[in-house]
Design a protein around this ligand. Sequence first.
Ligand SMILES: N[C@@H](CCC(=O)N[C@@H](CS)C(=O)NCC(=O)O)C(=O)O
Length: 224
Amino acid sequence: MITVHHLEYSRSQRVLWLLEELGVPYELKTYKRNPKTKMAPPELKAIHPLGKSPVITDDGQVIAESGAIIEYILDRYDANNSLRPAHGTPEYLQYNYWLHYAEGSLMPPLLVALIFGQVQKAKLPFFVKPIVNGIVGKVRGAYLGPQIKLHYGFMEQELNKKPWFAGPNFTAADIQMSYPLEAGLSRGTAANEYPKIQDYVKRMKERPAWQRAEAKVGDFGTPM
Ligand SMILES: N[C@@H](CCC(=O)N[C@@H](CS)C(=O)NCC(=O)O)C(=O)O
């Protein structure tokens, strides 16, 4: 049986959601973040050297990296390909694109924005604060702000054309996209400028499998 090593408030919520969508039984092991640093506890390093979540174990195998975990679960437990379009179709190309885009292109600027936000909130000597704020402001204005706007504008346009990222049907690529999209919204990144994205996130959370997965861990909380 699959064991999901779930770090609270983390990307591994996607794996729980996927397993609930497929109705695959799993064992859940939950890990708490360090209250100060928000990092994963050292016990996760006993599962995989990077100590990050999600990571799953199944039949003696250790599988890390959300996209790889999703593909592994679909290959092994979704014989009907209910959450992945058929190879060779335009929908498959879209599915594959968004599956990689979520971690490869969208997450990096959101993560940098999060880190910069934490740097600004950090306790610093009074004479250092204006320098730090100046640097953070410059990077936000010249790079992060425009990049995040570019991504959100692009996704809004795509969701204007189709209800789900791969096309007419909900796929596992939507599960992969859920975390960065929600992260952006919860940080106010997307504000009210992106109604399609807001509606999409609302539709995701209305899915019974999302709700079952969230109930299992108590609360998905705010993405970090
Ligand atoms: N690209 C990886 C990212 C994994 C990752 O950074 N996970 C975060 C949780 S959202 C984590 O474990 N953070 C705690 C830490 O780095 O100690 C994936 O999608 O699986």
